[in-house]
Design a binder for this molecule. Structure first.
Ligand SMILES: Nc1ncnc2c1ncn2[C@@H]1O[C@H](COP(=O)(O)OP(=O)(O)OP(=O)(O)O)[C@@H](O)[C@H]1O
Ligand SMILES: [Mg+2]
Length: 424
């Protein structure tokens, strides 16, 4: 049992002590938190914590009903970064209820249980099942913010964000278009925060595609990397929706953009500390810094059109990235602009086979829909929600964020899901 959670269970702390404890806590990053409470007392404390300035960036929602209500809710909704579950049950019933949740809880979500039963063996069993913390009710506001801070903002906490880069096997294959639509889909589908960084400083199109022209963005972040902290980064972000923020490229040519290999590392690390998904639109280029970005990030998506030059380049990229990242899964492959009339093309299976990959998605060439979206500064997902590519973007969004896309149609066996939960 952790000291922080069990030592301080007084519901009403005196004001000075509360202030002192809160002062010591770090701001909570852009996470989504949902609580399912059985008692008004616990719900009130969580609501009050949501109003604290340290939680200003987090998205908090408090529901009534305990674990059962959560399981019903998540049968048809994505799980947030943190689920807080209150249960007044004793160990046996609590564990049984939790089993129903395991079937619908994505492995990337952390779970905290607020219980009413002071039982060490229950705590151990919950930890064994992948629950991040068991706290005894009543809990104080500082307990709660302290706990969230410990899980997501502590210096030794695992980086919150997953960094996902998109790169074209050739120029103009639609890598940026796919990247931007996937960023939009992650924000929309999972109500989870995304930072999209356009690393194509000279020619980046994210500003056009989202119809945003912020005065600052990725250039300030990379040229002032030595003073880049969370507050500075926040000021550079342009909001594109409830959960989507853009670090736009200047897209001007008044200077050149040559960078050292590690130039983007502080930016990517800072973004990953504060946001669950960091999407990087990496230009089609091969130099010290693009190689270093691709070597360091969590997921790589190569976008290609099915012709010979794309195949040659994709093969070189896949082989090189396998060598640079021997302990990581290979990059993902997305085929785009397939089926251009009269253009001979390589069949998807033949294209993917020499790469040793199965394409994650194949998106047909549709100049009317993509052209209209690009010219009106909207995502295809917004302007044509029923377009087949929207399903492909959703599939890519699920996979690159480590979500279980078939959660509702093909539930995995409970044992395997708990295995996944335990790995957190
Ligand atoms: N599936 C598609 N069907 C039709 N047009 C598409 C499709 N995907 C992208 N496009 C269009 O192709 C053009 C190039 O797209 P985009 O800028 O995303 O490519 P890129 O690979 O990022 O290019 P660059 O190498 O310049 O960075 C854009 O006009 C875009 O609207
Ligand atoms: Mg591009």
């Amino acid at each position: 049992m952790s000291q922080t959670t069990f030592s301080d269970s007084a519901y009403h702390l005196d004001d000075d002590l509360l202030r002192e404890r809160l002062e010591a806590l770090r701001p909570i990053p852009r996470i989504s938190i949902q609580a399912f409470c059985e008692t008004a007392e616990v719900a009130q404390v969580i609501e009050a914590a949501g109003g604290d300035r340290r939680m200003a960036k987090a998205h908090m929602r408090v529901h009534t009903g305990g674990i059962r209500a959560a399981a019903e809710h998540y049968a048809s909704a994505p799980t947030p970064n943190l689920v807080i579950l209150e249960s007044q049950f004793g160990p046996a019933e609590l564990l049984a209820e939790l089993d129903t949740l395991a079937d619908v809880c994505d492995p990337g979500s952390k779970v905290v249980v607020v219980g009413h039963c002071n039982d060490v063996s229950l705590y151990r069993e919950l930890t064994r099942r992948g629950v991040s913390e068991y706290v005894l009710a009543p809990l104080s506001l500082s307990d709660l913010i302290g706990l969230v801070s410990q899980l997501f903002a502590a210096p030794d906490a695992a980086p919150l964000g997953r960094s996902i880069g998109f790169v074209g096997a050739k120029g103009g294959v639609g890598s940026s278009t796919v990247c931007h639509n996937v960023a939009w889909s992650i924000a929309k589908l999972f109500a989870s925060d995304v930072v999209l960084a356009d690393l194509d400083l000279a020619f980046g199109t994210a500003n056009i595609n989202f119809d945003k022209d912020p005065p600052q963005g990725v250039a300030e972040a990379v040229f002032s990397a030595d003073r880049l902290d969370d507050v500075f980064l926040d000021r550079l972000l342009a909001k594109c929706g409830d959960h989507l923020s853009l670090l736009a490229a200047p897209s001007t040519l008044d200077r050149t953009y040559d960078f050292e290999a590690e130039a983007f590392t502080p930016l990517i690390e800072a973004a990953q500390r504060g946001t669950p998904s960091v999407l990087l639109d990496v230009p089609h280029a091969w130099n010290d810094w693009t190689r270093s970005v691709l070597q360091r990030i969590d997921e790589i998506v190569i976008v290609a059109t099915p012709d010979l030059a794309n195949l040659r380049n994709a093969k070189n990229l896949v082989d090189t990235l396998r060598r640079l990242r021997p302990n990581d899964a290979p990059p993902r492959l997305v085929l785009n602009q397939t089926g251009i009339p009269k253009r001979p093309e390589i069949d998807a299976g033949e294209f993917a086979e020499p790469l040793g990959l199965v394409p994650l998605a194949s998106i047909a060439f549709d100049p009317a829909v993509f052209g209209m979206a690009a010219n009106t500064g909207r995502m295809v997902c917004e302007s044509e929600p029923k377009h087949p590519s929207v399903q492909a973007f959703a599939e890519i969004a699920h996979t690159v964020t480590g979500r279980n896309s078939a959660k509702r149609s093909q539930k995995p066996a409970r044992s395997s899901l708990f295995g996944l939960m335990r790995r957190r």
